[in-house]
Design a protein around this ligand. Structure first.
Ligand code: ATP
Length: 370
């Protein structure tokens, strides 16, 4: 690809990139295309290689193999300062002895931008991150969330085409993190800059991102919108990593069009599920269903199309807006079910050891092979 491609095609293109440390592949043959203006997250557990991949985009690491293009230009061999990229680090790395506005102006001063322009750009960016009234304060006079916004302002003021964020919200408490997530999305939306975020927090990735790459042991397990990776995981790893899911192991015994029947030792009856492209009969598979897709009732459900199982309430947890139930099937398998609490808690109708039915629609589950 060359500079001629500007404006067309992906904005960031990672082509078969690997990074070896000795003979250990921290990143293993990863390919990815990110469009301009996306807020893309790389999600994975500790040590899966996500920071290494981000550092290769920034230019702090060189790939052992593969190429990286940004805006149509091959940047694989370019040093960080030549790339149209800025990185916001895990530890915000803001200067404690400088005021907020000095911190934000620092990069522009180093680049010898004219004084008037620095003042204008710093003012604009402080307004954008809602810190204009804090311009004269030092970092130790700010809250964690405000410090995080100084770091963001400092990264944005240089108008990078791509902003790389390494666990940007990790230091914030839960409430502030939720608030800041929305701020980050709104700023990204206003500026149209392409954001690539590294996080181990699946909720954060789900809320923030236009798309997510789920990473494990140096490889991408799945790339898709938050909805795709949540509703249609393509592997047990992704199903299990994102949210909570019930998995039933079994063997395919019948296929009728899209409808697949799975014999499952953990349940008293066969399970049915839908698949456009089912594995062949006799395959060992796993039927996966999310807790919120399962209905729970004391009366036997009427819909004969649904999967219906009976069990006993082993445990229940009340979380205000919803209740979580752990249902023990006769064979001992525990199934997790969540239900919205539309009624007041005093009227809660299920108790420990109650006999219940659980049911779900065949299209609410997915069949997983890997
Ligand atoms: P975390 O969320 O814990 O930061 P991560 O997914 O960002 O994890 P990386 O920092 O990319 O993980 O590291 C991936 C793997 O590569 C780890 O096993 C790590 O120990 C190894 N690694 C990273 N940098 C180096 C290095 N400079 N030399 C040797 N091994 C390294």
């Amino acid at each position: 690809m060359t500079g001629d491609n500007k404006g067309n095609g992906p904005f960031i293109e990672i082509q078969d990139v690997s990074k070896y440390f000795g003979d250990f592949a921290a990143v293993d043959s990863v390919s990815l295309a990110i469009q301009k203006g996306e807020l893309f997250s790389i999600l994975g557990g500790s040590g899966c290689g996500k920071t290494t991949l981000l550092r290769m985009l920034a230019g702090f690491e060189t790939p052992t193999k593969g190429r990286i293009f940004i805006d149509g230009v091959d940047v694989t061999e370019q040093p960080p300062y030549e790339r149209p990229v800025n990185m916001m680090f895990q530890s915000y790395a803001i200067f404690p002895h400088m005021t907020v506005e000095k911190n934000v102006a620092y990069g522009l001063e180093k680049d010898r931008v004219a004084r008037d322009e620095i003042t204008r750009r710093v003012d604009d960016i402080l307004k954008l991150v809602q810190l204009e009234t804090f311009a004269k304060r030092k970092p130790d006079q700010l809250s964690g969330g405000q410090r995080q916004r100084v770091a963001l302002a400092r990264a944005l003021v240089k108008r990078p085409k791509v902003l790389l964020l390494d666990e940007p919200l990790a230091a914030l408490d839960k409430k502030l993190r939720e608030h800041t997530q929305f701020e980050l999305m709104s700023i990204q939306d206003k500026l149209g800059i392409t954001f690539v975020v590294v996080t181990h927090d699946q909720e954060e990735a789900m809320i923030l991102s236009s798309r997510i790459a789920v990473m494990d042991r140096g490889r991408f397990m799945q790339v898709g919108t938050p909805k795709e990776v949540y509703e249609y995981p393509t592997s047990r790893f992704v199903a299990d990593f994102i949210g909570t899911i019930n998995m039933f192991e079994g063997t395919i015994v019948d296929i009728d069009g899209e409808r697949v029947r799975i014999n499952c030792e953990e349940t008293a009856s066969d399970l049915s599920a839908l698949s456009e492209d089912p594995p062949k009969r006799g395959s060992t598979v796993c039927v996966a269903v999310r807790p919120e897709k399962i209905f729970i009732s004391q009366n036997e459900p009427e819909n004969t199309e649904d999967i219906r199982l009976s069990g006993v309430v082993e445990d229940l947890g009340y979380f205000g807006n919803l209740s979580l139930y752990r249902i023990r099937l006769p064979g001992g398998k525990i199934v997790q079910v969540s239900a919205q609490n539309r009624r007041r808690s005093a009227e809660r109708f299920l108790e420990w050891n109650d006999e219940v039915f659980i049911s779900w629609r065949p299209r609410s589950s997915v069949i997983l092979v890997d």
